[in-house]
Design a protein around this ligand. Structure first.
Ligand code: FRU
Length: 490
């Protein structure tokens, strides 16, 4: 019998199901002091198959308790991605007593007597804090015979117009629908025919409003759109975003059609969306992504289970020289897994002379580099088998690089060994990196969340050491903090 959560490559502070296959996070909602996380789940295999909604709950977004499967394939098909909301005012009429949860998801099957995929939107509701679900008898509630890729509804309550809004992936656009009751949906508008990247099918949209630079009088709307794997592009599946205005009917992109903004510059953050119904006193926009890539998700070298989620992240908007951009930081609750800290100040990394520190098996490394003359500086995170992931800053190209070409097992896919690149300007002459090292993933947040690079790695033994380097001149480390992290499964 397997000892769960101790397997080789099992991440220790990221959610993963006890066993079998997982992909997209679904139906994230906060209700009665619990964060719910549902997810695309295949309970019979470690590869993708007929989709169910797996379920986990947490009090702090970090420690998760896995619950029984919430939604099973039924006469309308498998249960693809979607969202969940609290129907506070019983607009749906589905609740006898008090508010309850409504899940809005895609039913996926095929047209009668045909192989043509059919995707339609359906509802399920729960009157017991998500523990049991009743599928709505009038399912499906929204369909369109002309659109084949018609999925992943994300629903929210729009206060100004007093109705529900749904964003739905429709081929290579996002279609917006509105409803008074979650049951009857009306077309509102279509966005994106020419905007952003069309390198793959559009999936898993989200739409939410955020203050710019923390100013509640100046808010903008953000639309997230994941784009599916396309063999013509080396990146595989990835997520873009748009910044603009939304009046309850139409989303207007504030930037040119050609502008493409990537949420994450690593290969392994896909299909992420945000939590619904975070209390107003809290008011954060909390996001989680699936930490994998369709290019190789079914092949990654784990045995009993497949895939973990990213750390939950708080999203915000900052204005920059080039426009308004998303900032992402791990949620403050990460503090609950921090253990001992070691701190160093004013360390000089000499040219061609590496400087090593032990980080233990689960770590957060926070390092503030002050650029001097060096053309490149950074650190590698490694084990005793000479497997390493190297994070470096290329001063000439103003690029942050995360190189996993020698990171460990790459054999399962030609696309895995890769150097991930993110444009990054110095911040007052500095590069600040916050790096989370788990058993099989590395998340890098640069310059206080300006850039995120999320990548999987499969070292034969866990990484336990970091070594700093500096090329063509020395580099000053103003501050280095090594935080030991605890497993969430203990
Ligand atoms: C995104 C996605 C969704 C779909 C689900 C199926 O990763 O392709 O569009 O609903 O996965 O599992």
């Amino acid at each position: 019998m397997t000892v769960h959560y101790k397997e080789k490559h099992r991440n220790q502070f990221h959610f993963s199901p006890k066993e079998k296959w997982m992909n997209d996070p679904n139906g994230m909602v906060y209700f009665n002091e619990e964060y719910h996380l549902f997810y695309q789940y295949h309970p019979h295999s470690t590869t993708w198959g007929p989709m169910h909604w797996g379920h986990a709950v947490s009090k702090d977004l970090i420690h998760w308790e896995e619950l029984p499967i919430a939604l099973f394939p039924d006469e309308h098909g498998a249960i693809f991605s979607g969202s969940a909301v609290v129907d506070w005012n019983n607009t749906s009429g589905l609740f006898k007593k008090g508010p309850g949860l409504v899940a809005i998801f895609t039913h996926a099957d095929t047209y009668p007597d045909s192989d043509r995929p059919r995707q339609r939107q359906s509802l399920a509701y729960s009157q017991d804090n998500g523990r049991t679900w009743i599928t709505y008898e009038g399912n499906p509630v929204l369909s369109d015979v002309n659109i084949t890729d018609y999925r992943d509804p994300k629903v929210f309550w729009h206060h100004e117009t007093n109705r529900w809004v749904m964003v739905l992936a429709t081929g290579q656009t996002v279609t917006i629908y509105t409803s008074p009751n979650l049951i009857n949906w009306e077309f509102a508008s279509e966005f994106g025919t020419k905007d952003g990247s069309h390198d793959g099918v559009w999936e898993c949209p989200d739409l939410f409003q955020l203050p710019v630079d923390g100013d509640k009088e100046n808010k903008k709307w953000v639309m997230l759109v994941s784009i599916g794997d396309n063999p013509e592009f080396k990146e595989g599946s990835r997520t873009q975003y748009f910044v603009g205005d939304f009046d309850g009917t139409t989303f207007v992109n504030n930037y040119s059609e050609e502008t493409v903004l990537w949420l994450d510059h690593g290969r392994d953050n896909y299909a992420g969306v945000s939590w619904s119904d975070i209390p107003t006193e809290d008011d954060r926009r909390i996001y989680i992504g699936w930490m994998s890539n369709w290019r190789y998700a079914n092949q990654v070298p784990t045995e009993e289970w497949r895939s973990a989620m990213t750390l939950p992240r708080e999203l915000s908007l900052n204005s920059t020289d080039v426009g308004i951009r998303i900032i992402q930081r791990p949620v403050a609750e990460v503090n609950s897994i921090r253990g001992g800290t070691k701190e160093y100040k004013g360390v000089i990394v000499e040219e061609n002379n590496s400087l090593s520190y032990n980080i233990g098996t689960l770590a957060e490394v926070v390092v503030e580099f002050e650029k001097q003359k060096a053309s490149s500086f950074g650190l590698s995170i490694h084990n005793t088998s000479e497997e390493k992931t190297t994070i470096s800053y290329d001063s000439k190209r103003e690029m942050l690089l995360v190189d996993r070409t020698n990171g460990g097992d790459n054999s399962f896919s030609d696309s895995f060994a890769t150097v991930q690149e993110a444009p990054l300007k110095l911040n007052n002459g500095k590069v600040i990196l916050q790096i989370f090292v788990d058993t099989s993933s590395i998340e890098v947040f640069a310059n206080d969340g300006e850039v995120a690079v999320t990548s999987l790695v499969f070292p034969s033994e866990v990484y336990k050491t970091i070594s700093f380097f500096s090329q063509e001149g020395s580099t000053n480390i103003r501050q280095l903090k090594l935080n030991e992290l605890h497993s969430i499964w203990e």
